[in-house]
Design a protein around this ligand. Structure first.
Ligand code: F6P
Length: 342
């Protein structure tokens, strides 16, 4: 049996741990051979492969990024793309494919399985934690830890200068990183994409914090939007690669707060720092288990499925369950955090 492996979409701490888990179990327990495909779906689309055996995965557990490389290439958006993927998989003698990715990568996997019979197993990843059908995705815990450490540090400098510090974290469609790091870091305002914010209310929270002689920390997810539709924020613009670029809500918010409250405000955009570097212990644990269970799904011939975390168990669900809708923050969870605002 020869199994192909690819990692697609934005990278995420823990990808290498998955790859290692897959190869170690597949080789040692089932005697499988593996072929790595470079840069997500670009690999099978162009027949670009990389050696994937036990020596190749040695020492990669704590390393961020992915030894296979990643891209957002979508073969379904390319004329004849699905057929080229099938031909290249056949040319490489691939019996089954493990696709590790988020909504887009797994969406391609689901279509290739349903409409073209490709034997694929999915593994969910995203720092945003916004994939349905799994309690957590790996990468999220690492991102939350990085953001929390940043917030802890910003508290002390904010207090020294009695400034407002706005921290912009990732999360285009869901505010999981903002909510978890905001709670863990003791933020005074948390703003998420799921609920439009009222600028007057934000300024009132900021001012109430100064009244008790503390400097406020505002955590804002990059996809958060003000309630007032005429604000300068846009949903996002497309860059020359066709990727969505958001318009800097953190900087905009700090300017508005400064203008309205007369208090000095600064912005920190954490950006890709949240995605780089070594995965947390939790993410290594989750990613490794996902890898082990993905190989078991291959062994069972259980294709079109994705491994998922339910409580502490790893289960299998149809890939479509994860890609059909985004998992957003429940309003009751957000309301719970409100007691700390202001
Ligand atoms: O999907 C994860 C994510 O980190 C988002 O939160 C963020 O908006 C996006 O990727 C940015 O990705 P890139 O800069 O790689 O296009």
């Amino acid at each position: 049996m020869r199994v192909g492996v690819l990692t697609g979409g934005g990278d995420c701490p823990g990808l290498n741990a998955v790859i290692r888990g897959i190869v170690r179990k597949g080789v040692q327990e089932y005697g499988y051979d593996f072929t790595g495909f470079r840069d997500g779906w670009r690999g099978p689309l162009e027949g670009d492969t990389v050696r994937l055996d036990i020596p190749a995965v040695r020492g990669i557990l704590p390393r961020g990024g992915t030894i296979l490389g990643s891209s957002r290439t979508n073969p379904l958006k390319i004329e004849g793309g699905a057929r080229r993927v099938q031909e290249n998989l056949a040319a490489e003698g691939i019996d089954a494919l493990i696709a590790i990715g988020g909504e887009d990568t797994l969406g391609v996997a689901a279509t290739l399985h349903q409409e073209h019979g490709v034997k694929v197993v999915g593994v969910p990843k995203t720092i945003d934690n916004d994939l349905s059908a799994t309690d957590y995705t790996f990468g999220f815990d690492t991102a939350v830890n990085i953001a929390t450490e940043a917030i802890d540090r910003l508290h002390t400098t904010a207090e020294s200068h009695m400034r407002v510090l706005v921290v912009e974290v990732m999360g285009r469609h869901a505010g999981w990183i903002a909510l978890h790091s905001g709670l863990a870091g003791g933020a005074n305002v948390i703003l998420i994409p799921e609920q439009r914010f009222d600028l007057d209310q934000v300024c009132a929270w900021v001012e109430s914090r100064f009244k008790i002689r503390y400097a406020p920390i505002v955590v804002v997810a990059e996809g958060a939007m003000p309630r007032d539709g005429d604000m300068v924020l846009k949903d996002g613009t497309l860059d020359s690669f066709g990727h969505v670029r958001l318009s800097g809500v953190g900087e905009w918010l700090a300017n508005q707060i400064e203008k309205r409250t007369g208090k000095e405000a600064r912005t920190t955009v954490l950006g890709h720092v949240q995605r780089g570097g070594t995965p947390s212990a939790f993410d290594r644990w989750l990613a490794t288990r996902f890898g082990l269970h993905a190989v078991e799904a291959v062994r069972d011939g259980d294709f079109g499925k994705m491994v998922a975390l339910r409580s502490t168990d790893i289960v299998r669900v149809p890939i479509g369950d994860a890609t059909s809708r985004i998992k957003t923050v429940d309003p009751s969870l957000y309301a719970e955090a409100g007691v700390f605002f202001g």
